[in-house]
Ligand binder design. Structure first.
Ligand SMILES: NC(=O)c1ccc[n+]([C@@H]2O[C@H](COP(=O)([O-])OP(=O)(O)OC[C@H]3O[C@@H](n4cnc5c(N)ncnc54)[C@H](OP(=O)(O)O)[C@@H]3O)[C@@H](O)[C@H]2O)c1
Length: 319
């Protein structure tokens, strides 16, 4: 496993982060333990979750992924070896402050996450998405207090537009508050524009680490989705917008180039992302150890420049 510093911080994280949104949803607790065991056996140390996972699934109250991770760390006795990233903003209790980024919300949300994770600190505490009703300064001051109290070690953000990320850096610098060390944006070969248009330049300039989520676009970029062929998956319905001729041609290209590297479509997709200079650690999802092993294989694939150019051209969004 390779490790990289997360942004300008001294924290070292594995080059592939294990996402856990599927734990207690599309992966049972037993399968989740197996995936985490296989990930750490491969040298992985970086796990991403959120307090709200997966409250949108009928019968799931939220907090389930954090609970599974907490039980696993307790059983394995490995809390000190793991870098645990979680997020807040999702609705977890009723009333006008049951979601959001206000001081009031974050102070209860952090205690709930600590309890579910069975730990007394969170390595990376991230805002899940913007909350336009809360001044950014209020959120940053509350997070700064949590760092000073030792409940949180580093702070990060997710789903922020470039202007708000830039403003957050400015607020932190102006008031000498802890800065966001990382951004968690949606980013994949079939969803490049949202990150590359402006955010990529801000992150490179400001030394913000980038930990993109859904780098395989929920499984679309694994090769199992082809023209007229949709696999059995809880994710398939949400992927329909990617079923375009351009995207299928991209998958054909990844498949044919992959033969040269003896790499799967998933490995080629991730190898392309790993060579982008802003990217610290893509956050992948895996329901099984087989999926995880396939994904981790991308670390062995080093694309030649001409192949990167061909993949860039096939996924170009600037036209
Ligand atoms: N900040 C946010 O707003 C946000 C939003 C979404 C996700 N996230 C984070 O990012 C993580 C990853 O997101 P994601 O699950 O969308 O990532 P992803 O890696 O793009 O997709 C993962 C899904 O693809 C399929 N898959 C993965 N590897 C495969 C392989 N080798 N072969 C075939 N199929 C494979 C599996 O679904 P099937 O088996 O069902 O096909 C798996 O659940 C989440 O767990 C979460 O931590 C954050």
């Amino acid at each position: 496993m390779e490790y990289r510093r997360l942004g300008n911080s001294g924290l070292k994280v594995a080059r592939i982060c294990l996402g856990t949104m599927q734990f207690g949803w599309t992966a049972t607790e037993e399968a989740s333990f197996e995936v985490m065991d296989a990930y750490t056996e491969a040298g992985g140390n970086f796990i991403d979750t959120a307090d709200v996972y997966s409250a949108w699934v009928p019968g799931n109250p939220g907090g389930v992924s954090e609970q599974i991770i907490g039980r696993w760390m307790k059983e394995r006795g490995n809390r000190h070896l793991m870098v645990v990233a979680t997020k807040f903003n999702g609705r977890l209790w009723p009333g006008p402050n049951g979601d959001g980024l206000s001081r009031g919300h974050v102070m209860k949300a952090v205690e709930d996450s600590l309890r579910r994770l069975q730990t007394d600190y969170i390595d990376l505490y991230q805002t899940h998405w913007p909350h336009y009703d809360t001044p950014q300064e209020e959120t940053l001051r509350a997070l700064d207090d949590l760092v000073k109290a030792g409940k949180v070690r580093y702070i990060g953000c997710s789903n922020e537009p470039a202007w708000r990320l830039t403003k957050a850096m400015w607020i932190s610098d102006k008031y000498n508050l802890n800065r966001f060390i990382s951004l968690q944006p949606p980013y994949s070969l079939v969803r490049r524009a949202d990150f590359e248009r402006e955010l990529e330049a801000v992150c490179l300039d400001q030394g913000v680490g980038v930990i993109p989520y859904s780098p395989l676009q929920g499984g679309f970029l694994t090769g199992k989705y082809r023209r007229g062929q949709v696999p059995e998956s809880a994710r398939a319905e949400g992927l329909k917008k990617y079923f375009t001729e351009k995207n299928y041609s991209l998958i054909d290209l990844l498949d044919s180039l992959g033969a040269k590297y003896q790499a799967s479509v998933a490995q080629m997709s991730l190898a392309w992302m790993l060579q982008r200079p802003a990217i610290t650690s893509p956050i992948i999802g895996a329901n099984t150890v087989e999926q995880l092993k396939d994904t981790l294989g991308s670390l062995e694939v080093h694309l030649e420049e001409e192949d990167v150019k061909a993949i860039d051209a096939a996924s170009n969004w600037r036209e």
